[in-house]
Design a binder for this molecule. Structure first.
Ligand SMILES: [Fe+2]
Ligand SMILES: [Fe+2]
Length: 273
């Protein structure tokens, strides 16, 4: 089998230049543009890019219009499609209007694409107004039907909330119905699950499937002490290769100062990422 490679980005938390967002002063869209340039300069030659949610920080229609322009610019630079899924900071109606240029609606955003024989399934784990994530029954049924026919090079599932527990993080960060999703994925052609949300790198297996959470482009997070969470100026992306013998995940950390942006009580974590 001819290997296939893609870039996994997550948690871009972008604001349009004109919006007054919580993270607007940090110019997080510039980090995403820098990542696209880095991918090109280092000749990773991916077949596609996937961004696993928290595309925006506040999620206004203007933000999504701007995010669409950043994504289109990146897609043109690399000459490959850029796919996205929604995170807890995203909002469906403004996303549909500003990013997809559709009528605004609260309809869940999920899909399946075949790219050179590899199937990419994007799921909507975001629950309106909530920090936690889950995959609703309608999507699970759609997913069962979709996976009933295998793809030539297997399937990658992309969603915002991770399936694995993260050391030191409260378990509410994990997809709340991961068992139900895992039961649908187990025994199918799914070779990898890519996620974000936790702003920390975490790689393992869930029900035997390679499951990854990436730090993302906006900031890295860590528990600074028993009571405080620290957000650090980190920016990274993953190069994921799907080979006949399995999946490899290579983390690329962008050069930077890695200074602390902010430190706040752990109890406020849900409001920040
Ligand atoms: Fe998130
Ligand atoms: Fe996030």
């Amino acid at each position: 089998m001819e290997p296939i490679k893609f870039i996994h980005l997550t948690d871009t938390h972008m604001n349009a230049p004109q919006t007054e967002g919580h993270f607007a002063p940090f110019k997080l869209a510039d980090k995403v543009k820098q990542v696209f340039r880095h991918v090109q300069q280092y000749r990773h030659n991916p077949s596609f890019v996937i961004i696993t949610g928290d595309l925006s920080h506040e999620g206004n229609t203007e933000d999504y219009e701007y995010i669409r322009s950043v994504v289109d610019e990146g897609a043109a630079l690399l000459g490959v499609p850029v796919y996205v899924v929604l995170g807890n900071h995203d909002h469906r109606a403004p996303f549909r209007e500003g990013f997809l240029h559709e009528e605004p609606s609260e309809q869940a955003y999920y899909y399946s694409h075949n790219i050179q024989g590899l199937r990419l399934i994007g799921l909507n784990s975001q629950v309106a107004g909530q920090h936690h994530g889950m995959i609703d029954e309608e999507q699970l049924q759609w997913l069962r039907d979709e996976l009933s026919v295998p793809a030539e090079k297997g399937t990658i599932v992309a969603l915002h909330h991770p399936l694995l527990e993260i050391n030191g993080m409260p378990s509410e960060h994990v997809l709340s119905n991961r068992e139900a999703l895992g039961d649908v994925l187990q025994g199918t052609d799914v070779v990898g699950i890519v996620a974000g949300h936790v702003h920390m790198h975490n790689v393992g297996t869930y029900k035997g499937i390679c499951s990854v959470a990436a730090t993302g482009t906006a900031f890295g997070g860590a528990l600074a002490d028993e009571e405080h969470y620290s957000m650090v100026d980190v920016c990274s992306y993953n190069v994921v290769s799907v080979l006949s013998e399995g999946v490899t995940v290579q983390t690329v950390v962008m050069p930077g100062l890695q200074e602390e942006y902010v430190r706040f009580p752990v109890a406020l974590l849900a409001a920040q990422h």
